[in-house]
Design a binder for this molecule. Structure first.
Ligand code: 4NP
Length: 160
């Protein structure tokens, strides 16, 4: 069966579209049995309709990831039904998602990106928006590691 995965951050212009691009590319290289549907959204709608942050795009492209989508706001009434996994980037995102959950089934879909990390011990993917260039590289390091772990989990589920 298809797995539908939604990444969520605050603005949907840095971390979650980055996660979308990284997972899309890594999944195509792994040839998973389970087809994936991958999307991203923001807790806030300030940047809705805009492309990803140009700094994020530049750092992602250096590693071969194309970020082509535009930002949108998380919609609890649609997204909790449309996705199987809703993955937040930090504690603030998780709290906001939990506060919008309509029931326990919605709450069970909410996960934290760093729970899938294999190499790093960060407990969140830090917001790079007001920081320097290093922050974007760190975001990509954490996203690549967590996407690798997420794909491992999805492959293990295929075996069951
Ligand atoms: P993101 O980064 O949540 O990773 O997309 C941010 C983007 C915009 C803002 C904050 C964080 N903002 O305050 O506009």
């Amino acid at each position: 069966m298809k797995k539908r995965i939604l990444f969520v951050c605050l603005g949907n212009i840095c971390r979650s579209p980055g996660a979308e691009a990284v997972l899309t590319q890594m999944a195509s290289q792994r040839q998973l049995v389970t087809p994936l549907e991958i999307d991203s959204a923001g807790i806030g709608g300030w940047h809705a309709g805009e492309p990803a942050d140009s700094r994020m795009q530049k750092h992602a492209l250096k590693r071969g990831y194309q970020m082509t989508g535009t930002a949108r706001k998380f919609d609890p009434d649609r997204d909790f039904d449309q996705f199987d996994l809703i993955i937040g980037m930090d504690g603030e995102n998780i709290r906001a998602l939990r506060s919008m959950a309509r029931n326990d089934a919605d709450k069970k879909k909410i996960m934290r990106m760093t729970d899938f990390s294999k190499l790093y011990s960060y407990t969140s993917v830090p917001d790079p928006y007001y920081g320097g260039e290093d922050g974007f590289e760190l975001v990509l390091d954490l996203l690549e590691d967590a996407c690798d772990g997420l794909l491992d989990k999805l492959e293990q589920e295929n075996l069951r």
